[in-house]
Design a protein around this ligand. Structure first.
Ligand code: SF4
Length: 404
């Protein structure tokens, strides 16, 4: 099976929400209707990139795939804590606004009014950001950086808005957000920041010290410490499952509230209208199916009640075989042994010799009890933890018609 293309954060999120929408976007490359707030975010990101790029002082990178590292010839390695040279001033405000006007796009706004509101917000936000840069110049080492990595066998990639050097010589991953509301909890829970941390760690030599969502409307950096490997593990697991699903071409539609903003409703089987001529035939099949399901549930209830009554009566009379007019009901017994895994585990851990992994199922314990390589005293102790469970049930046998 072909290897899946590297997974980005947005591709991963799209697949998680609806695999079919992922297919429409990433396999069939169907365009989506532009939306004003996305256009706005993209333009603001582009202007910020141009604004901050002159301040960038690159740092040492890791070489592809290996542990060896490389330093840049043009830049000496700054010692931790030392400034990397006098920061350059950001472009003048007029230049910034001219750049904003040049990059502006009218795509996706619902009305000229909405476009003008966004445009004014962007102007205000960028001017305030520029002032902030002058007062508190960051030490960026990269902006809008495309990074890729193989994360424990999983191919991932992404564009990181900004990577700064921290006063301690480490790195800060910065992601710009133009959204209205943002909290510290968002930064702490952001899978996007987690993935960017992984990408930066695989590509840069210095350690990641901080992860930051920069709320542009309030110029508030929402900082959080980098994740440890245990915190990253579930994300790796989920992204691995998504990569497997894509490789196996599992593209089932997954309807939900997100369908209201999906551009593909008109072609999605979940929303495809019924052809007029087929409607009555399929509707009657659905009704029949529905009625049979109801019968099935009723019969299941009746079957359980009848079996219970038969069992009670047979118990009172001490009978195991009860003839009917067409069949004989026969009482059967099923015996099984249950072993509490939490009691088995310490016995195996305390056993002498090579430690043996504890079974994870009752069947595993039963196999262990039959295994001659397990010392007999250990098997005996494990067997003692077991409890016997007896289940009675009734089966029907064909009647040969002879009275018993
Ligand atoms: S309409 Fe809903 S179920 Fe269909 S592709 Fe779009 S998101 Fe998926």
């Amino acid at each position: 099976m072909a290897a899946a293309a590297p997974l980005s954060y947005s591709s991963y999120r799209t697949y998680l929400e609806c695999p079919l929408r992922w297919k429409y976007l990433y396999v069939e490359k169907r365009p989506e209707t532009p939306r004003g707030y996305f256009t706005f975010g993209r333009v603001v990101h582009s202007v910020l990139e141009e604004l901050v790029r002159p301040l960038v002082v690159p740092v040492a990178r890791r070489k592809d795939g290996g542990e060896s590292q490389t330093t840049l010839r043009d830049w000496s390695e700054p010692t931790p804590g030392a400034a990397a040279g006098p920061p350059k001033a950001p472009v003048p405000a007029e230049e910034l606004l001219a750049l904003y006007d040049r990059l502006w796009s009218s795509d996706g706004y619902s009305s000229p009014d909405e476009e003008e509101r966004y445009r004014a917000l962007g102007r205000e936000l960028l001017l305030r950001y520029r002032e902030w840069l002058e007062l508190e110049p960051p030490a960026p080492v990269a902006v809008e950086e495309h990074l890729s990595a193989t994360w424990d066998g999983l191919a991932v990639h992404g564009y990181v808005d900004r990577i700064d050097r921290t006063p301690g010589g480490g790195l800060e991953v910065v992601d710009y957000k133009t959204s209205r509301e943002l909290s510290e909890g968002d930064a702490a829970a952001s899978d996007q920041l987690s993935l960017y941390q992984v990408l930066v760690e695989h590509n840069f030599r210095a350690p990641v010290e901080r992860l930051t969502l920069l709320h542009l409307r309030s110029l508030t950096p929402l900082r959080t410490p980098p994740r440890g490997s245990r915190t990253l593990e579930p994300l790796h697991q989920r992204m691995g499952e998504v990569a497997d699903g894509i490789r196996e071409q599992a593209f089932e539609p997954t309807p939900g509230r997100h369908c209201s903003r999906c551009d593909f409703r008109s072609i999605c089987p979940e929303f495809r209208p019924m052809p007029a001529l087929e409607g009555p035939r399929l509707a009657s099949l659905v009704d029949r199916f529905d009625a049979l399901r109801a019968d099935e549930r009723r019969l299941e209830r009746e079957l359980a009640m009848t079996a219970a009554e038969l069992h009670r009566a047979a118990e009172e009379l001490g009978l195991h075989r009860v003839p009917g007019s067409r069949a004989v009901a026969v009482r059967r017994r099923e015996v099984s042994w249950q072993y509490p895994l939490e009691a088995v585990r310490p016995i195996l851990e305390a056993a002498e010799g090579a430690p043996r992994p504890a079974p994870e199922t009752a069947e595993g314990v039963r196999r262990l009890l039959r295994d001659p390589t397990v010392p007999a005293p250990v098997r005996r102790k494990v067997a003692e933890t077991g409890s016997r469970r007896v289940r009675w049930y009734w089966e029907l046998e064909e009647s040969d018609g002879s009275p018993r």
